[in-house]
Design a protein around this ligand. Structure first.
Ligand code: GLU
Length: 548
């Protein structure tokens, strides 16, 4: 067979050469050890937590080594593409600080190794397709869908491995004349790889996450170009990651079964193989067993979920790093105020079997993250969230930003900051009572006579002086407690509760409820100071008349 003639027959219009492409996309001039990696998502419109995990791993590996992170859009499957999906993807990743140095952007491509959208790279793939054909490493196959299904059925009936290989690869060794005849008849064809592999042979391979693997060779003549001339993922992966000078391929381990073929393809093309980082899926506990997070069953798989709940970006990044590298938590304890980027991420510490995603732990991490923020940061992020998800609340926050910041400053800054908020969605319930519109009427404990509550409230009003400091204020609360025959001695009360009609804690609760509508709030003295004299007194008076 004259492979050169076959190559000309199949790709008459391809005149560019691999050498020209090599020269157009030269080796990157980067320091030793710099990682060049990429995200290569398909624009399906659904951005999930796994994308963020992959994004964080790639971003850390690239940037902590002084390398490059780029975004390549794998849009070869036009059927699966959703309009606007690329924009959604770029925005979602950007929101979580996955900053690309080059690649597809909102306004076209940015970088010297593009185009970064695969459909625009057809001509490039064809150069390498022609090369493979001219070297006898690829050939056209004219099998119809029906013929391929019949083949599969036959193999299944014979209990053989299904696929286009060995004697089943019927177009593998056909003559130039046969091929020519089909082409003249206008028959559609795909380009297949001519595999020299054997399932009887194995070789060793080192994956940065999975470790040492023993891999069986691929013997299937997989498709490189589909009948419309668009490449399959496999072929595009080899050509793109070579020409874009990727050093590390970070991708989901669902691609592991294709790895033997990819290795073969890189060899056949004369490309240096990149390093592979095959990451396991995100798992969750379901009862007593672990399972993969599922798009159908788990709303928390979608990235939009976390935005709507109001998880700060820093919480998501902090939690995911805890999940990804087991030594991160110790590092964080030793470096509580350091930027996450100062931590040295290692792909070798990823759990090869996949990471366990624990929602309760995420909430916990988020509480810590929020507790360490300044009131100004909390205000800014909460406001951003509220503008999108609770505009009424946003209006309140904006109407008096100083007031809101004083509220958000409660319990912040000390050694043991308060941990009231895990997500911005919690904020309204936590602080809503500061706004008259959100104030709820108290539910008094029926254990106490209304007259006693009234008595406490009126005595408080008589003695309340806004200028009191917290000690003086509390001394007055204690005085009221004693005046109505309740006790301030909590120890004595605990030993013999029956002996007392109530305690200073009950008195405080009456006041707290009158002012906030709630039984559980931060420090009441501080709350009254922020509310101001008029609002505090007005609320207590309101309760008094309602109790009459
Ligand atoms: N388009 C592939 C996917 O979305 C990319 C895999 C890769 O990163 O190589 O799964």
């Amino acid at each position: 067979m004259d492979y050169q003639a076959l190559a000309e027959l199949l790709f008459p219009d391809v005149t560019a050469t691999p050498e020209e492409l090599e020269a157009r996309f030269p080796q990157r001039n980067l320091p030793e050890g710099a990682v060049v990696t990429r995200m290569a998502p398909s624009p399906t419109g659904f951005v999930h937590l796994g994308n963020l995990v992959q994004g964080m791993i790639s971003e850390r590996m690239a940037h902590q080594s002084g390398g490059v992170l780029f975004l390549r859009v794998e849009d070869t499957d036009a059927k699966r593409e959703v309009p606007g999906a690329v924009e959604v993807l770029i925005n979602s990743l950007k929101f979580y600080h996955i900053d690309f140095d080059e690649g597809a952007t909102m306004d076209g491509d940015n970088g010297a190794y593009g185009p970064y959208r695969q459909r625009q790279r057809a001509a490039i793939y064809h150069v390498y397709a022609k090369k493979l054909v001219s070297e006898g490493k690829a050939y056209p196959c004219f099998c119809t869908e029906e013929e391929l299904s019949a083949l599969r059925e036959q193999q299944e009936a014979n209990k053989e491995t299904t696929g286009y290989y060995g004697q089943y690869a019927v177009w593998r060794d056909r003559s130039l004349e046969d091929i020519q005849a089909q082409l003249t008849a206008g028959k559609p064809w795909v380009l297949r790889f001519r595999s020299e592999g054997s399932v009887d042979r194995q070789f060793k391979f080192d994956d940065l996450v999975k470790g040492k693997l023993t891999i069986t060779e691929n013997n299937v003549d997989h498709v490189l170009l589909k009948s419309d001339g668009i490449p399959t993922y496999h072929f595009a992966h080899a050509v793109d990651d070579h020409l874009m000078r990727t050093t590390h391929v970070v991708r989901g381990d669902e691609w592991l079964p294709s790895l033997p073929f990819h290795i073969q393809l890189f060899q056949a093309l004369g490309f240096k193989l990149p390093k592979y980082v095959h990451i396991g899926p995100l798992m969750k506990m379901d009862g007593n067993s672990k399972r993969k997070l599922s798009k159908r069953k788990d709303p928390e798989l979608a990235l939009t979920y976390y935005k709507a709940e109001g998880f700060p970006i820093a919480s998501m990044r902090e939690y995911l790093m805890t999940v990804l590298n087991s030594n991160f938590e110790d590092w964080r304890r030793a470096n509580p105020d350091a930027a996450l980027e100062d931590f040295k991420f290692s792909p070798k510490k990823l759990n090869p079997a996949g990471s366990l995603f624990d929602y309760a732990k995420l909430l916990d991490v988020s509480k810590n993250v929020i507790s360490r923020m300044t009131a100004g940061d909390v205000y800014a992020q909460l406001l951003d969230w509220a503008k999108e998800f609770d505009p009424d609340f946003a209006g309140k926050l904006e109407a008096d930003s100083e007031y809101a910041k004083r509220i958000l400053a409660i319990g912040r800054g000390g050694k043991k900051p308060r941990k009231d908020l895990a997500v911005w969605k919690d904020a309204k319930d936590y602080m809503g009572f500061f706004y008259d519109d959100y104030l709820e009427a108290p539910q008094w404990d029926s254990k106490f006579d209304k007259a006693v509550i009234r008595d406490v409230l009126s005595r408080f009003l008589e003695s309340y002086d806004f200028a009191d400091d917290s000690a003086a204020w509390f001394a007055k609360v204690k005085a009221i407690t004693e005046a109505i025959g309740f006790t301030t001695d909590m120890k004595a009360y605990k030993l013999n509760p029956e002996a007392f009609p109530g305690t200073v804690a009950d008195v405080s609760t009456f006041l707290r409820q009158a002012v906030t509508g709630k039984t559980d709030t931060p420090d009441l003295y501080t709350i009254m100071q922020i509310l101001g004299y008029d609002r505090t007194v007005g609320r207590i008076r309101g309760c008094l008349s309602a109790l009459n």
